[in-house]
Design a protein around this ligand. Structure first.
Ligand code: XIL
Length: 350
């Protein structure tokens, strides 16, 4: 038994070293997404999962070498930070914040107000409007206050709109009314005068009814002096259903003209559907990554480009879609994919 463990460990270390050697084989060590993005003056980020961050040295090394921003994939959501009415649990999120600090990375905190991943005490409780306002205000004050000075940005409100541009019918809309959006931004600002505050949504990356609705929502917020720094375009796309680069750029331009920052905040590419060999699909995904990075680099308002996961091994998409997917920049063995090289190329040459 002991011998088996010994050989398993040797095998693991050998394969890990080989993976790292292979990743750096094609490029000089100094050329990374991080080094190139820093030269171009934009943030490059990945959503981080806590279990591998705690236990997997290759995951840690890849994250710190290639990215200068960490998005918090799950552990700052309401159900994690505030599991009981009077209990807050910051330990897991702290692991990430401490890792980022020791590797000179920024943290993009996610998320204060969403309709998913809420604790049962909240979704199953019966609260008056005033009580719900108190709950949300206290939550925002507490967590934004706790991370004051430690995170660069917060996603304040996530996915508040339907595809047709109407307000999504959530616990917050039902219980508080449409004002919950501006209240949330103001409470976040009260708790931290300097942190960046974002509205974040999916399917509003290019042009269309939903992105028009995001545009008019944030325009109204600006007009009412609500403290909003920018908009996150999630960019969850797929082969065959991604917005044209020109539309994304037009959207970035109009948001930038409002004086807002734009982040590509959660990019991944579903590869399951569509024609072609596996190799062709990976190349098509790479082209999409290149297009979106190039749109971002075309306007100084676009300050950050984040992928929703570090490697395919930990992507949420196979579980969420029930299909095999290859959505990210590194494969399940942490090897760089065509999408990685496509981003390197755009950052270096375009
Ligand atoms: C996803 C996480 O990646 C999953 O691990 C979790 O089970 C569900 O949420 N839009 C968002 C993110 O704003 O919070 C979602 O993250 C993906 C879609």
């Amino acid at each position: 038994m002991k011998r088996r463990w010994f050989f398993a460990s040797i095998l693991f270390i050998l394969s890990a070293s080989l993976t790292l050697a292979l990743s750096s084989y094609c490029l000089p060590n100094s050329v990374t997404l991080r080094s190139l993005a820093e030269k171009r003056g934009i943030e490059i980020g990945a959503a981080v999962a806590i279990p591998p961050l705690k236990t997997d040295p290759i995951y840690q090394q890849l994250l710190a070498n290639q990215f200068n921003t960490a998005s918090v994939e799950n552990v700052m959501k309401f159900e994690y930070l505030h599991p009981q009415p009077n209990t807050y649990t910051f330990e897991q999120a702290d692991t990430l914040v401490n890792f980022a600090k020791s590797h000179n990375m920024k943290v993009h905190a996610h998320v204060l107000v969403w309709h998913i991943q809420l604790p049962k005490w909240l979704t199953e409780g019966k609260f008056s409007r005033d009580q719900l306002i108190t709950i949300l205000r206290d939550h925002i004050h507490k967590v934004v206050g706790y991370y004051k000075g430690k995170v660069q940005a917060w996603d304040v409100v996530n996915e508040a709109l339907n595809d047709d541009g109407t307000l999504r019918n959530t616990i917050w809309l039902q219980g508080i009314g449409p004002d919950y959006i501006e209240m949330a931004f103001r409470w976040a600002r009260e708790a931290d005068p300097n942190v960046e505050l974002y509205y974040n949504d999916y399917g509003a990356d290019g042009l269309g009814p939903k992105s028009d609705a995001v545009y008019s929502l944030v325009k109204k917020l600006k007009a009412k002096q609500v403290p909003i720094t920018g908009v996150g375009l999630q960019m969850h796309v797929g082969l065959g259903w991604a917005p044209p680069k020109g539309d994304v750029l037009a959207n970035i331009n109009r948001l930038g003209d409002l004086g807002l920052n734009v982040h590509i905040s959660e990019m991944d590419v579903q590869t399951y559907d569509g024609p072609g060999t596996e190799e062709e699909k990976l190349q098509k995904a790479a082209n999409l990554y290149a297009d979106m990075m190039s749109a971002c680099l075309s306007n100084r308002a676009c300050k950050s480009f984040t992928v929703w996961g570090l490697t395919d091994k930990f992507s949420w998409l196979p579980g969420f879609t029930g299909k095999p997917q290859s959505p990210l920049l590194f494969d399940t063995n942490y090897r760089p994919k065509p999408a990685y090289y496509a981003l390197i190329d755009v950052l270096q040459n375009k």
